[in-house]
Each structure stands twice: as C-alpha cells, then as structure tokens.
Design a protein around this ligand. Structure first.
Ligand code: RIB
Length: 315
C-alpha cells in the first residue's frame, strides 16, 4: 500500500569541517557539496529505495534547485505528481556543517516549503484513498500539517509525525491526530520541558506525550537505540554498532524504514528493527537522500547480523 509524505523538499548546502565552529569563530572546511535533502523528501526517498510505493506532496521553487530536487525524487522512484513548482518562490535550502565523527548543525531557509497550504492538502486527497500511512514533519507551516493530519484520520490512514525541527509548542489539536510520534532526544526534551538523555528519561517523556493524545511514541536516542511506548507497554530497540561518518538524515532514514515495514504489514517490533537498521546504514554514507540504503543493502545488513524477520503472513 502507498505511503504519502506531506512535507519539505530542500537542497542541502553541506560543508565538512574538522569540528563545528563556536559562536563568533571562523574555521576552514575541507569539502563542499550540494545534495538533495529536506526531511519530507528524505523520508520519501528512504521508503521508496526500500521498495515502498511513495507519493510526495509539497513544493519546490521555480529555480534550478527545484528542477534538481524533483529529478532526485523521481530517480528514487517517488511519485512526484503532487509536487507543485511554485514559480513565485525559491526552493528550500538547508545550510549544513558536518564535523568528523558525523555530528552536524543545520539551518533551514524554507522558501517554497513555507508556502505549503490547504491547497496542497486538497491535492493529496486522491492519494490518501489508497494510502496506509501519512508521514509528516514540521518543515512546512503548522496549519497545513494539522489539516493534512485531520484529512488522513478522516480517510482512515495512520498518521506518523516526526516533530522536527524541535518545537516547544505543538498543539494538542495536532497530537490528538497523531498515531505514531517519532522525536529525537532534543525534540522530545523540548516537547516535555525536561531533559531526555537516556532510556529512563525517554520512558517518562514518552508516557507524558501519550497523555497528550498520541498512541505510540518512539524516542530516537542515537547510539542508545529507540524507546517506544505503546498502549501495551514499552519496547527498547538497541542501535546497531556502526562507524558513523555523517548523521545527517539518520532520523529520516529511521522513519522511512519504519514506515516501509509497517506499510508492508509487519509488526511494530519488526518495523522498529527496520527503522534502526535503515538509520545505521545511512550514517555510514554521506549526505541526506544520497545516504539512504536500497532494499538489497538492507537485506544484506540483516543477513550479516543474522536477523530473521517475521514475514507479515507469519505473525
Ligand atoms: O533531517 C535532515 C534534513 O534536515 C536535511 O536534509 C535538511 O534539508 C533538513 O531539512
């Protein structure tokens, strides 16, 4: 079944540096690249490379980045008919610094993403009729995200929200429409108002977020894996130990892997392993969309880790 992604499409302008600069400091980087990104588009590419049928809904600008961004999505097999080229705007961009070891800083300038609105929600209605999941993030205007979530619930489609970039002010009106919420440590901390650093904090945060109306809360803890709170209890999924060279879009890879497995009818436990493995593979490659693994690479990774995943029909 189809996964619909309603969200951002950015061109990432990436500088690699020995370390991240301090405030007021100038440092010399050693590499510069432009790589297609955007949290929405990254999640769409991650899922499509793993074999899912994916439709992307969003906007690019009428500039050369817009053309390149559409081509990157098409090359990954993502359906692009619901992406509008907004000639009145430039494409979204992200200024990214990546230090050795893979940690990063990101500044986004929304451009066309900031003009996503109710018209785009209307445009995705036919896709919702055949969709199993709607993936949302917070790089397009909040009103549009809320309207998209409400439409999906009306159509009986599972809503997964990645609350990124971090926000302290997510309305309960939105959380009440969310089936699966996937914050990282920073985003979870901002949402609950206390620091989330370890599994114990994550469990408290997840339960607090469930009280605000979300069914399943999955907190992404980097090297500590994920902590998931469901109405039936909590699940800790450990991370796979890998040598990270670039963590940009690791969270998007996780969401793409998780969504693909769920859309294929796998259990939440298996889907968490898919997400974790997809993220592990992505941090071993540079860039955002360029780091998303193929289905073959994921299967090779599972074989290398001697993992046998239950098929949906053997649950
Ligand atoms: O999650 C990583 C993404 O965040 C980057 O690709 C960048 O475009 C920003 O949206």
């Amino acid at each position: 079944m189809t996964i619909v992604v309603f969200g951002s499409i950015n061109m990432d302008l990436v500088a690699r540096t020995p370390r991240l600069p301090q405030s007021g400091e100038t440092i010399v980087g050693y590499d510069f690249t432009t790589i297609p990104g955007g949290k929405g588009a990254n999640q769409a590419v991650a899922a499509a490379r793993l074999g899912a049928t994916v439709e992307m809904v969003g906007r690019v600008g009428g500039d050369r980045f817009g053309k390149a961004l559409r081509e990157s999505l098409q090359a990954a097999g993502v359906g692009c008919d619901r992406i509008m080229t907004d000639s009145g705007s430039s494409s979204g961009v992200a200024l990214i610094e990546v230090e050795e070891g893979g940690e990063n800083h990101i500044i986004i300038v929304p451009g066309a993403n900031g003009r996503v609105n109710a018209e785009d929600v209307s445009r995705m209605q036919p896709d919702l009729q055949k969709a199993k999941l709607l993936l949302l993030q917070l790089e397009v205007p909040l009103d549009a995200v809320i309207a998209a979530a409400q439409s999906a619930q009306k159509a009986g489609v599972t809503v997964m929200l990645d609350p990124a970039p971090a926000s302290t002010t997510l309305p309960n009106e939105l959380l009440a429409e969310v089936d699966i919420l996937t914050p990282n440590k920073v985003e979870a901390s901002q949402l609950v108002g206390f620091s989330v650093e370890n599994l114990e904090d994550a469990e408290k945060a997840a339960i607090a977020l469930q009280k605000r109306g979300v069914r399943d809360v999955i907190i992404k803890l980097g090297g500590q894996g994920t902590l998931t709170a469901t109405p039936e209890g909590t699940i800790h999924t450990p991370a796979f130990p890998v040598q990270a060279i670039d963590t940009v879009a690791a969270g998007d890879a996780f969401n793409g892997g998780l969504a693909t497995a769920l859309s294929d009818g796998r259990s939440l436990q298996d889907a968490l392993t898919w997400g974790t493995a997809t993220a592990a593979l992505s941090v071993t490659q540079r860039g955002a969309q360029s780091s998303m693994p193929t289905q073959t690479e994921l299967h090779q990774f599972f074989n290398a880790h001697e993992l046998t995943l239950h098929r949906p029909d053997s649950k």
